[in-house]
Design a protein around this ligand. Structure first.
Ligand code: SAM
Ligand code: SF4
Length: 329
């Protein structure tokens, strides 16, 4: 079996949200007061997560798993879940997307458990701008976490940044200079309409082209991406290399046609797209005693109707009911 859809795409990259909770409040993601978190009994247990990842990798052709959230580092069972994933019959590549808070403490255990790759989200290297965007004065913890991940050998680290008009859009070159000095691979991501507050509007978004213009004020960028395939980032050599910078134009140059992703929420719902308006429940059948084969068949059915694109530019576009933090970014 495989996770194919009617448009010929096959999902081999699974994003697993381990929690909808977070210790930051990034303005493009969550309101200051946070959200109504999922009740504990609705969240998949560690064993349930690992069972579904096993089914995805052994029966459905999934080759890469990324743990995300919410903030995956606040999930108590994170290290055991990664260790169990690493011990699966069909071991996938194991990655995590994190805000880095608490990474300093956990990085050695994550590396030992089998974490292969890490993406750390950081939109600025200025403490005051960090506090404005995330509503928490915690940049020192992120920088410490990055150093610990490097020390633990989980490298190269990808750093994800979102530029916000009037807040950090003037800081793109300095963020790149910092990333190059630290040996991190920086990628700028266009802001998407996935915030819980539904405050996104197109004019406020810093487009990929604007980001390039901002960077080209100080650097010569040479495109190196020949057919990005399923990789969303367009990569550029900075000043002839070897350093690179990536631009993820999710809104203005969507890569839906090559999408190979499928998502599992913390409460056990399959989403065939970040922007899907429907979900397929695996938790109920799983808890009712469904076999691996039955769960795999349900998963196949969940991916089949995946739409050809996210349709953000369609006048009829409706933001999904759940925000990014609950879907798993
Ligand atoms: N808490 C972790 C973190 O921040 O890396 C993992 C979850 S977070 C939802 C995953 C990624 O989504 C982060 O890189 C974050 O910057 C990004 N993100 C959140 N809301 C977004 C939005 N509205 N548009 C674009 N990216 C967004
Ligand atoms: Fe938390 Fe990540 Fe959302 Fe920021 S982007 S509020 S760190 S889940």
């Amino acid at each position: 079996m495989e996770l194919g859809d009617a448009w010929g795409r096959v999902a081999t990259d699974l994003r697993v949200s381990l929690t909808d909770r977070c210790n930051l409040r990034c303005s493009y993601c969550m309101p200051a007061e946070g959200l109504a978190w999922l009740p504990g009994e609705e969240v998949l247990t560690d064993d349930e997560v690992v069972r579904l990842v096993d089914i995805a990798t052994r029966l459905l052709g999934v080759r890469a798993v990324r743990f995300t959230g919410g903030e995956p580092l606040v999930r108590r069972g994170l290290v055991p879940i990664i260790a169990a994933t690493s011990a699966l019959d069909q071991r996938p590549e194991i990655a995590m997307t994190t805000n880095g808070l608490g990474l300093a403490r956990t990085a050695p255990a994550l590396a030992a458990a089998g974490l292969d790759r890490i993406n750390v989200s950081l939109d600025t290297i200025r403490p005051d701008t960090f506090a404005t965007i995330t509503r928490r004065d915690r940049i020192a913890d992120v920088l410490e976490g990055l150093r610990a991940a490097q020390h633990a050998g989980i490298t190269p680290i990808k750093v994800n940044a979102v530029l916000l008009r009037g807040i950090n859009d003037d800081q793109a070159p300095e963020l790149l200079a910092w990333a190059m000095a630290e040996g991190h691979q920086l990628r700028f991501i266009e802001q998407m309409p996935l915030d819980a507050q539904h405050a996104w509007h197109r004019e406020a978004m810093i487009t990929a082209d604007e980001t390039l213009t901002l960077l080209e004020k100080e650097h010569v960028l040479t495109p190196i991406t020949e057919g990005r395939g399923a990789a969303p980032a367009e990569e550029f050599l900075v000043d002839g290399g070897p350093a690179t910078v990536g631009i993820i134009a999710s809104v203005t140059r969507p890569f839906c046609g090559a999408c190979n992703r499928v998502r599992l929420t913390a409460d056990g719902q399959v989403r065939n797209c970040l922007f899907a308006r429907t979900e397929s429940d695996l938790r109920t059948p799983l808890r009712d005693g469904a076999t691996d084969q039955e769960l795999a068949a349900l998963w196949v059915q969940a991916v089949l109707p995946k739409l050809p694109g996210h349709g953000i530019d369609d006048p009829a576009f409706l933001q999904p009911a759940r925000p990014m933090s609950a879907i798993g970014g």
